[in-house]
Design a protein around this ligand. Structure first.
Ligand SMILES: NC(=O)c1ccc[n+]([C@@H]2O[C@H](COP(=O)([O-])OP(=O)(O)OC[C@H]3O[C@@H](n4cnc5c(N)ncnc54)[C@H](OP(=O)(O)O)[C@@H]3O)[C@@H](O)[C@H]2O)c1
Length: 312
């Protein structure tokens, strides 16, 4: 007899990775999942409902959930049949870029409230049930910025580092309950995420920031960041596919990176535990060897280099 479908709750499904993941799981050809695709503003559900097609109302339902609100989490869980979540995907997240001196503490706190405490809030709500049933899987959409810092993204990277430390710690205890944790670490992904950040900075003035720092931000960081998204950016469909595989596996890994083209940068940190290799190389690439960096990114974009480095 086939197993009963697993209930998968996903946060942040109005767009991007969350939306794609919800749709792919709902269309699983073995119908292994009942997807509760959530978003904080149900006024945005049109795109998801259209993409879900005939899965809507069958293997996919849409529900309201603001990860920053206890009431919203309780209300959402109370609407799930039996209140049981087998797989939780903490996907909702916001970014923040700019010179540190020009960003308010309130803006940084908002990033932590959503990216870190939002995930913690949801986990605390579903964990007692998972522990009682002695099974479950918690997936956290982290980032390569949860592994290594990136200039002008200090608060965002810190929120993802916080997730990594929190969930790695929790994973050890939860194995005792047959509950798995997976931190998914995408590199750049071409979603609304980057557009929202660019919109934020286009109107920002960054008061109290010295002219040199502002120049580095506008003239070095932003153009390189755009080039990076263009050259090594993945589609949300590709990232969702990786998460679908992770959810379907019997022994899910603790960490899963999604983008092989980003691996060289992550490796810089892994091979030198002192951290100097990563910090110095990234500094030189950005500020001294800009032409080399751009050439490398163009090669990655065209794909020729990739096939020489990674065997097919
Ligand atoms: N795009 C990238 O380059 C990239 C790379 C690595 C990791 N990630 C991570 O991937 C995840 C998904 O991002 P994405 O690229 O798919 O971007 P996205 O399209 O902007 O999706 C982010 C989602 O989070 C939702 N959200 C924000 N605050 C929320 C809250 N308080 N409660 C509930 N939902 C909330 C957004 O809802 P609204 O529409 O209401 O704002 C949206 O649905 C994030 O955790 C992000 O940090 C992204």
């Amino acid at each position: 007899m086939a197993d009963a479908p697993r209930t998968v709750l996903i946060s942040g499904c109005s767009s991007g990775i969350g939306l794609e993941l919800a749709v792919q799981l709902a269309h699983d050809h073995r119908q292994r999942y009942q997807v509760v695709a959530t978003m904080r503003d149900l006024g945005k559900k049109g795109t998801l409902e259209e993409a879900a097609g005939d899965a809507l109302g069958q293997t996919l339902t849409v529900a309201q959930l603001d990860v920053c609100s206890d009431e919203s989490v309780a209300q959402c869980l109370s609407c799930i049949q039996g209140g049981e979540v087998d797989v939780l995907v903490n996907n909702a997240g916001v970014g923040l870029v700019g010179p540190l001196e020009g960003i308010s503490l309130a803006a940084m706190q908002n990033v932590f409230d959503t990216n870190f405490f939002g995930a913690v809030r949801l986990v605390r709500a579903v964990l007692p049930g998972m522990k009682r049933r002695r099974k479950g899987h918690i997936v956290v959409v982290s980032s390569v910025m949860g592994l290594q810092g990136v200039l002008f993204n200090e608060a965002y990277a810190a929120s993802k580092f916080a997730l990594e430390g929190f969930f790695e710690s929790l994973a050890i205890q939860l194995l005792q309950f047959n509950i798995f944790i997976t931190l998914v670490e995408p590199g750049p992904v071409v979603t609304d995420f980057e557009g929202k950040l660019l919109e934020q900075v286009s109107t920002a003035e960054f008061p109290d920031t010295d002219p040199d720092t502002l120049r580095y931000f506008w003239d070095f960081y932003l153009p390189t960041s755009k080039e990076l998204f263009h050259s090594v950016g993945q589609s949300p469909q590709d990232v969702a596919q990786v998460i679908v595989k992770v959810i379907g596996s019997t022994r899910p890994p603790l960490r899963r990176q999604t983008n092989a083209r980003y691996t060289p940068l992550v490796t810089l940190k892994a091979v030198d535990p002192s951290g100097s290799l990563y910090v110095r190389t990234t500094h030189c690439l950005l500020f001294r060897w800009t032409r080399l960096l751009n050439l490398g990114l163009r090669c990655l974009a065209c794909g020729c280099l990739r096939f020489r480095i990674w065997p097919r």
